[in-house]
Design a protein around this ligand. Structure first.
Ligand code: DX5
Ligand code: ZN
Length: 229
């Protein structure tokens, strides 16, 4: 039985909301808190999305700063240029956007060929069904619950239906597929997405900007995610 089927929910803190001047300390605080099993790394190129966040060179720095898995979300055009480099660093999961990849079938296959887990991210305006043609090549569907590019945006309420549609696709596949939600995940929005079938929750602001600190933010999210179970 997959972890998702057992109701295990993973938390993936997004370092986009971290204090970049104290990144190592913040990684240590996430790891010490004990609720997260991966770090979400939002790479933006100023083209696919307007902002430029940081480049792939942050990955070796993170790899040496934490034992947690790295879950890299590429919001860039031609992401295939960086797959080999990310594999070399020891990245566990790479997600690419369907909207950025005319050759998404080839790209997902290449990510896996290099020994990483392949994620397919879908913008709020993209029908979830578009994932169906490449499902065999996907280990994770990233349902964007905001328009990508910025942290701290409000959760798009229509997203719950999209999460349920992604979960239905995943459950029909012959291998386990994670349903990751990304954007506006808080103690208020987490219960509904978990109930709809999400099993990986990305959270930036709710973790790094929590008034009680990183551990308190993680604990609150964990409690909210388990509330319906
Ligand atoms: C948005 C990024 C998200 C972002 C989430 O484009 O993909 O991962 O960091 O931030 P919050 O949790 O603050 O909405
Ligand atoms: Zn992200």
């Amino acid at each position: 039985m997959s972890e998702a089927a057992r109701g295990v929910v993973s938390l993936a803190p997004s370092i986009l909301a971290a204090d970049f001047a104290r990144l190592g300390d913040q990684m240590a605080a996430v790891e010490l808190a004990g609720f997260a099993d991966r770090i979400h790394v939002d790479i933006m190129d100023g083209q696919f999305v307007p902002p430029i966040s940081f480049g792939t060179l942050i990955c070796p720095a993170l790899r040496s700063a934490t034992r947690l898995d790295l879950d890299v979300h590429l919001m860039i055009v031609r992401p295939d240029r960086y797959f080999a480099e990310l594999a070399e660093v020891g990245v566990r999961t790479v997600s690419v956007h369907l909207e950025a990849c005319p050759h998404v079938h080839r790209d997902l296959g290449e990510i896996r060929r290099l020994g990483m887990r392949a994620g397919l991210a879908l913008n709020p305006g993209t029908p979830v069904d578009h994932a169906s043609e490449v499902l065999d090549l996907v280990d994770q569907i990233v349902v964007m619950t905001v328009n990508p590019g910025w942290g701290g945006q409000p959760f798009l309420e229509g997203s719950v239906r999209r999460v349920a549609a992604a979960r239905a696709l995943a459950d029909a596949a012959e291998h386990p597929i994670d349903i990751e939600v990304d954007g506006g995940i808080t103690v208020r929005t987490a219960p509904a997405v978990v109930a709809a079938g999400a099993n990986v929750l990305v959270a930036g602001s709710a973790v790094f900007n929590h008034p009680g600190g990183i551990a308190a933010g993680l604990r609150a999210l964990e409690e909210a995610a388990q509330a319906l179970r």
